[in-house]
Design a protein around this ligand. Structure first.
Ligand code: ADE
Length: 224
């Protein structure tokens, strides 16, 4: 899968994708992540990428010309162009799965300052995505998070193929059950007996009940 990222901060976008599982996936060519410096498409002596808001208001916006030039150069007929912005629809695992399965060429546009000129959105963007209801200084971190979530689902990225099946949000209405490892007792705190019983049906039932309880406590909004 090929993912192009257009940003003023290519290093920020790439750093989280340069360790561990995602680093290996990239080395094995399961995913190719190509960060681009937006300024390379800016013209003029100062290669300016931002401007004041028309009609007044605080802050700066990314200008349309460099973004149009960058997207038109990198875009192919099958590409999906995604803008990372707090104004977007909030990313969920179902969409991550859809994007991973589509194996489509993605172009991620990272907003900065107050965002991008709206003509970029109406003319070039297929999808506006937010990674959550909070505001980051720029979209490069959000792009890295989206890449991480997608790439780990690509075939061969995780060593154990099942490890992405059995986790929170595989069932979008339920979090994962609590998990334990050795030692069986630590500072007087015991691993629940059922997990050491070897009784698979009982373990499955326990996990289901625990997952429900955890979801009720932490994310009641997920329950039907
Ligand atoms: N840029 C700034 N904040 C963001 C967010 N929450 N999601 C995506 N991009 C962003």
């Amino acid at each position: 899968m090929v993912i192009d990222i257009i940003t003023l901060f290519p290093e920020i976008a790439l750093a989280p994708l340069s360790e561990s599982i995602i680093k290996r996936a990239r080395e094995n060519d399961i995913a190719r992540v190509q960060p681009h410096q937006l300024r390379d498409w800016a013209t003029g002596k100062h290669r300016k990428t931002d401007e004041y808001l028309c009609g007044g208001g605080q802050g700066m916006l990314l200008k349309p010309e460099p973004l149009f030039a960058a997207i038109e150069e990198l875009r192919r007929p099958e590409s999906k162009v995604i803008l990372l912005t707090p104004q977007g629809t909030v990313l969920k695992q179902a969409l991550v799965r859809e994007l991973a399965d589509s194996n489509q060429h993605l172009i991620l546009i990272c907003g900065h300052y107050e965002g991008v000129d709206h003509r970029v959105i109406t003319e070039l963007i297929d999808l506006e995505l937010s990674i959550g209801d909070y505001v980051l200084t720029n979209g490069a971190l959000a792009a890295a998070i989206l890449c991480d979530a997608i790439i780990r689902l690509l075939p061969g990225a995780l060593g154990d193929e099942r490890s992405s099946e059995d986790e929170s949000f595989s069932d979008p209405q339920l979090l994962e059950a609590p998990a334990y490892t050795k030692p069986n007792e630590f500072r007087g705190l015991k691993v629940p007996d059922v997990l050491l019983s070897g009784h698979h049906a009982k373990i499955t039932a326990w996990k289901k009940e625990q997952a429900l309880q955890r979801t009720r406590e932490n994310r009641p909004d997920l329950l039907p």
